[in-house]
Design a protein around this ligand. Structure first.
Ligand code: 4NP
Length: 144
C-alpha cells in the first residue's frame, strides 16, 4: 500500500502523519507533500518534531516537497489534512486517474473532527499528534 499525506506547507501536519503511519504500519510505503512550494527542502517544523520525538516518533531526514500531478499515479491512496488541500490537488489530477483522495480525519469519526487543525497556527502540537494517532489507528483498522 502506497500512501501520500498532503497538507499546505509539508512541515507540520503531513510530515507528522507520515511519521506516525510509518511507525504504526511499517508494511506500507508512506510519503508526504505540500500543496505549496513555500518550504521545499526544509526539515519538519522544529516544535512539531520535538513534540513527535517526545512520544517516540522520529522525523529525521524528512524534507518538504511540493505535491506534483504525478503523485496521483505514484500512490494508491492520498490523505489530505483539510478540504482546501483536497481542492488544491484535485485540479491537478491527470485525466483518467482514479486514485482515491480522503480527508485523514474521516478515519476518526468518533472525534467529530472535520479537518486536521494546523498547529503552525494553533500551537497545539500535542493535540495534532493525538488526532493523527487516532486517524492512523482508524486507517489501520480499515485497511488491515
Ligand atoms: P502545514 O502547516 O500545512 O501543516 O505544514 C503550515 C506550515 C507553514 C505555513 C502554513 C501552514 N506557512 O504559511 O508558512
Amino acid at each position: 500500500m502506497r500512501i501520500l499525506c498532503v497538507c499546505l506547507g509539508n512541515i507540520c501536519r503531513s510530515p507528522s502523519a507520515e511519521a506516525v503511519l510509518r511507525h504504526i504500519a511499517p508494511q506500507w510505503q508512506i510519503d508526504s507533500a505540500g500543496t505549496s512550494g513555500w518550504h521545499v527542502g526544509e526539515a519538519p517544523y522544529a516544535p512539531m518534531q520535538a513534540a513527535a520525538r517526545a512520544r517516540g516518533i522520529a522525523m529525521q531526514g524528512q524534507r518538504a516537497r511540493q505535491f506534483s500531478p504525478d503523485d496521483f499515479n505514484r500512490f494508491d491512496l492520498i490523505l489530505t489534512m483539510d478540504a482546501q488541500n483536497r481542492t488544491d490537488i484535485e485540479v491537478l489530477r491527470p485525466k483518467g486517474n482514479q486514485t482515491p483522495v480522503h480527508l485523514f480525519t474521516d478515519y476518526a469519526p468518533q472525534t467529530g473532527a472535520t479537518h486536521m487543525p494546523d498547529p503552525y497556527y494553533t500551537r497545539d502540537f500535542d493535540g495534532c499528534l493525538d488526532l493523527i494517532e487516532t486517524c492512523a489507528q482508524g486507517l489501520l483498522a480499515q485497511l488491515g
